[in-house]
Ligand binder design. Structure first.
Ligand code: CP3
Length: 348
């Protein structure tokens, strides 16, 4: 099988014969084989076994026929290296045993050491680089999204402690943004050094901020991160998470190649807000996957019709897959995006 580079081409806004597809959280609980592995091992235990983590990464690639793999890991993995104790609790998410609430807590954070502390993840990347016939996407959590877990101590709906820290003690907030920014930059460099072919920064929860707070408290760190890794010769994706439509016009100085859109903004409107510079990725509402196949295809076609208007479009969901999604529908959706977009592109 020859190497499938459609995903990389689309990131670079080059022409493609059919649209590339991958799904955020494509390795996961909707797959019965994954659930079987999870009966024996926790997420972190899987990550510590490179052969197994590589196998879990490959499962959706083979089963769904997607055009890219995403490393099986979690956005929280690197924070263990800087001295944060956490668990990933089933049906809850990351729970932190020593949340960050003071200057002393930030000062206590250790320097990040990818080679020393995340050797198992880097080894998984090397295995995948040898085995894959599609590009490997690796990822990091963005500083706001990671900070929200570190400060709240667990998933939050309001981000009240996070916002309180931003407003009341901006010096602690910015010290934390600096440390997490450094961690993210070093981790991305290590990922690419060991064989990653593209990366995505997940800022899942930053859409909880007003555009003005995003600009004042978060954007400088995002711009610094992408400027610091601009020399890495791989496509770079920024996903500003759910409800991020109002933030899009602020991203023009971010040195990313692709911006991920959630489902509240259309592809055409997202492109309008972002300007010409970026390729776009997204944005089927993942919960449409609960519906019948004809509705799923109708909505996918609506998105694809906009996507093919210009080069630089990658089909994906507007957020991660959820455990109740059906493997069979996902497989059908992947095939549909490929065949429908091939025809749509041929007509252009
Ligand atoms: O996309 C993939 O298939 C690669 C693997 C991946 C995981 N987490 C594995 C995982 C990726 C890219 C992530 C990113 C991640 N982790 C994000 C950003 C993406 C997003 O959804 O916005 C966030 C916010 C986290 C933090 C986190 N980890 C949450 C909220 C949860 C869900 C908790 C639950 O049980 O519902 C996790 C756990 C987690 N990470 C699972 C997986 C497959 C599910 C639980 C498990 O199988 O152990």
């Amino acid at each position: 099988m020859t190497y499938n580079d459609r995903f990389i081409r689309a990131c670079k806004k080059e022409t493609v014969d059919q649209l590339p597809v991958w799904y955020m959280r494509q390795a996961g609980r909707y797959d019965p084989d994954y659930r079987k592995i999870k009966e024996k091992y926790s997420l972190l235990e899987i990550c510590q076994q490179p052969e197994l983590a590589a196998e879990v990464t490959l499962m959706p690639v083979h089963k769904l026929g997607v055009d890219a793999a995403i490393l099986y890991s979690d956005i929280m993995n690197p924070v263990a290296s800087i001295g944060i104790d956490f668990d990933i609790v089933a049906n809850v998410g990351p729970v932190i045993h020593n949340p960050i609430r003071s200057v002393a807590d930030v000062e206590r954070l250790k320097p990040f050491d990818a080679e020393g502390d995340l050797g198992h993840v880097l080894e998984t990347i090397r295995i995948l680089d040898r085995e894959l016939k599609v590009p490997l996407i690796t990822f990091v959590g963005a500083p706001f999204t990671i900070a929200s877990y570190l400060i709240e101590g667990r998933p939050s709906k309001t981000y009240i402690r996070t916002k309180t820290m931003m407003y009341e003690t901006p010096e602690i907030w910015f010290a934390l943004m600096d440390k997490l920014g450094d961690m993210v930059i070093e981790y991305l460099r290590a990922q690419v050094k060991h064989g990653s072919k593209a990366f995505q920064m997940f800022d899942s929860w930053v859409g909880s901020l007003s555009p003005r707070d995003f600009q004042l408290y978060v954007l400088p760190t995002i711009e610094r991160i992408f400027a610091s890794v601009a020399d890495l010769d791989v496509p770079k994706i920024y996903f500003p998470g759910v409800s991020s439509g109002e933030l899009l016009p602020l991203l023009h100085n971010v040195k990313a190649d692709v911006i991920g859109l959630d489902w509240r903004v259309s592809i055409a409107e997202g492109r309008r807000r972002l300007g010409e510079k970026f390729a776009v990725q997204g944005n089927l509402d993942p919960f449409i996957l609960t519906g019948p196949m004809d509705i799923i295809q109708r909505e996918a076609a609506h998105i694809i019709d906009q996507g093919v208007q210009e080069p630089g479009y990658i089909f994906n969901l507007g957020h991660g897959l959820f455990p109740e999604a059906s493997l069979d529908k996902l497989k059908q959706l992947t095939e549909y995006v490929h065949t429908y977009s091939r025809e749509a592109l041929a007509k252009r």
